[in-house]
Design a protein around this ligand. Sequence first.
Ligand SMILES: [Fe+2]
Length: 495
Amino acid sequence: MARGVEGKMRLGLGVMLSAVLAAGLAGFCQGGVTSSFVRKAEKTADMPIDSDVFAVPPGYNAPQQVHITQGNHEGSAMIISWVTEDEPGSSDVLYGTHKDKLNNSATGKHTRYSFFNYTSGYIHHCTLRRLKHDTTYYYAVGIDHTVRTFWFTTPPKVGLDVPYTFGLIGDLGQSYDSNITLSHYESNPKAQAVLFVGDLSYADNYPNHDNARWDTWGRFVERSAAYQPWIWTAGNHEIDFAPEIGEIQPFKPFRHRYHVPYKASGSTAPFWYSIKHGSAYIIVLASYSAYGMKLRRLLFQRNIATDDELQLNLLSFTGKYTPQYKWLEEELPKVDRSETPWLIVLMHSPWYNSYNYHYMEGETMRVMYEPWLVQHKVDAVFAGHVHAYERSHRISNIAYNIVNGKCQPVEDESAPVYITIGDGGNLEGLATNMTEPQPSYSAFREASFGHAIFEIKNRTHAYYAWHRNQDGYSRVADSMWFHNRCWRSPNENQC
Ligand SMILES: [Fe+2]
């Protein structure tokens, strides 16, 4: 009898213990949703070089690879970039608000570079200034030879309740899947500008970083990037550091081809900078920059540092006393949320990532900068690098001070939502392997290619939606309403 009671008690304790453990696991170990959507496994391959999406436009010295990006801090300038192959031709742009009356002109400059056995075409950059906000402009490039005309709409004037929709694309590449992502994005009629989180062409996956693949990529994305600004973030595939073929100047192709208005925000390099765009303040950070290129080249040339040490520095040296650190420290207090209520940060390497790819690569930068992002109530951080999709809860991990043992991410209402959107579809394929169980900070994850939009409605609300490539654009695979971190109601700014 006594044995029976003891047995029941043991059973009871066991059930209780299991329940407590299960509750604990649910509370601390298990996260949100790992999507059950199973993507058909297919090989991700680059489109052949003679694909129609890479076609060279007809005509002598025809401008190609046309793309635009914001040209100053406020959004009243636009940088127009293109390449001519036969001769420099003119770097002038004719533009105006009527298609048949391009009665304004601006003069740009051209540059070119060589990379191992490749020499680029003539790369033109021309900034159109003093543009009216929220206005459609037509512009012509290729003056004197083959002229091509495009158009864009400038962002609205910076303001509190200005609606605006951004597209989000990362790690695009030039595979068949990349083409589906871009087409899918284009079929989404809302987005007005692309926030691109790095890794453009993947030319460095070819022998000698075949820079002809930078050209094909430029022609591929022209169908969108010539008509709406793409805001550039540099990824690891932009580094193009190849000492084995004598190429030791990091970011050479990217720097020549993709200009950004970094000086307008007081930055000293094009890899970290900020812009105001409608009701958003966008801060672009550099996961792979630390100190000046000249110093790095000097170290290498004088044999003070080996290739490996340089690579290591390139990847890990994001610390204090660097130009980026100093810039960000001064930049964040400048953001006036009563002017631009939405504060968005872009970077390539994610800080919160529960896939078994690039695990913790963003950790050095997170340790340095996360407290600032929480302090300044950043609304969202978008990153790429991991070729899949993931969205976090609002969490932070900033309490740790070496001796207190507080090293877990915790819920934090002042913290941003972290979104990994490196699912553009490049030739390296999908990241499918995830850490298990799903960590508590991870709200939703799925290994599919796609794009997202961030639709700002007013100072308090923005609608975010992720679209996987397999569905029609109108179908949303993951979404959330963003409530602004500062404006909790139209009359209450908590920043
Ligand atoms: Fe990457």
